[in-house]
Ligand binder design. Structure first.
Ligand SMILES: Nc1ncnc2c1ncn2[C@@H]1O[C@H](COP(=O)(O)OP(=O)(O)OP(=O)(O)O)[C@@H](O)[C@H]1O
Length: 307
């Protein structure tokens, strides 16, 4: 997506926050979207991502979500939001910005093409767990799509772009048509856990059958779109066949919440692995390594927290 936002920050430039006077050195543009531009910046030898917005109101609502998520976290070690300020250009023009954790990952399609489709089940599980965490805190992600999910080492997942995050029960603030439950005539745009699970289902199809999905959106008249079309696509895709019944539940609002959806996904993976006596697949090794990391983190937290 492009913006009509013509702010250009060059490599080497120093941005000084107008109110808090913190200095950031610009390294490069990481990406841009409808709400602003995101730069890689450096401060005190650490890397951060700086999102500069065109619209203070839009950016402020993203910041409010990030602040509320930070307040719900028990410790500072997972901090995502670091600073909020305005930048002032020499001509006097001002733009709001915030500083967040730099996510050193790649998008899901890139991760799967680099590491292989056998990572899909684990990435899916980690993403469902992330969604369950967000829902438990009273939020719905809203604009879940391939571009807003970053994959890191061992198939870990990080969500970026909190512009669509909506308090449960409100109307979804920002969405992308093909991932939207309303677009497929499968329900409202009211923020509930099922809304994100529907988008997650479309994302699974997008990752396996991007061309067919695109073709389908061109062929169908708006009033004829339905989950049946999506399920037909999934049934015809070898990589998705094992997930068709799971996808059907997600598309028809059959899971009570994302935690239940994640558990059903996990059981599906274990059942599949048990029925396949082959060598240990890479994602299982990843799951093991991920569990070890979690265990190490928990032990650290326990001891550090207890001091
Ligand atoms: N924390 C981060 N770490 C690394 N890269 C990031 C981070 N946040 C954003 N990016 C990069 O910047 C791009 C644009 O960011 P973002 O999606 O937040 O902008 P947006 O204007 O809200 O986009 P959209 O039009 O999709 O709503 C992302 O696609 C990603 O490549």
């Amino acid at each position: 997506m492009t913006t009509s936002f013509n702010l250009e920050l060059r490599k080497g430039m120093t941005v000084i926050g107008k109110w808090r006077q913190r200095r950031y050195r610009v390294e490069k543009l990481l990406g841009e979207g409808a709400n602003g531009k995101v730069y890689l910046v450096e401060r005190d030898r650490s890397w951060y991502a700086m999102k500069v917005g065109m619209d203070t109101v839009d950016l402020q609502s993203e910041i409010n979500v990030l602040k509320s998520l930070a307040a719900q976290r028990r410790s500072g070690k997972d901090a995502f939001l670091f600073d909020v300020d305005d930048l002032q250009l020499p001509g006097g023009k001002e733009y709001p910005f915030y500083i967040m954790r730099y996510v050193r990952g790649v998008t899901l399609p890139n991760y799967l093409s680099q590491h292989g489709m056998e990572w899909f089940p684990l990435l899916g599980l980690h993403l469902l767990n992330k969604l369950a965490e967000l829902h438990a805190a009273g939020w719905v992600f809203g604009d879940l799509k391939a571009e807003n999910v970053m994959a890191l080492d061992y198939g870990r997942i990080e969500l970026i772009d909190f512009g669509g995050v909506t308090a449960a029960g409100k109307s979804v603030r920002q969405f992308t048509e093909i991932y939207d439950r309303g677009y497929w005539n499968m329900g409202s745009r009211s923020a509930d856990g099922g809304y994100d699970l529907f988008s997650f289902g479309v994302l699974c199809i997008q990752l396996h059958e991007p061309k067919r999905l695109m073709q389908l959106t061109k062929e169908r008249l708006p009033q004829n779109r339905s989950a049946d079309d999506l399920l037909d696509l999934a049934s015809g895709s070898p990589g998705l066949q094992p997930y068709v019944s799971w996808l059907e539940r997600a598309f028809r609002g059959g899971f009570p919440d994302a935690a239940a959806a994640a558990e059903a996904w996990r059981l599906l993976l274990h059942r599949r692995e048990r029925s396949r006596p082959a060598a240990v697949p890479l994602w299982v090794k990843g799951l093991f390594a991920g569990s070890l990391l979690l265990l190490a983190g928990a032990i650290y937290w326990l001891f550090a927290g207890g001091l």
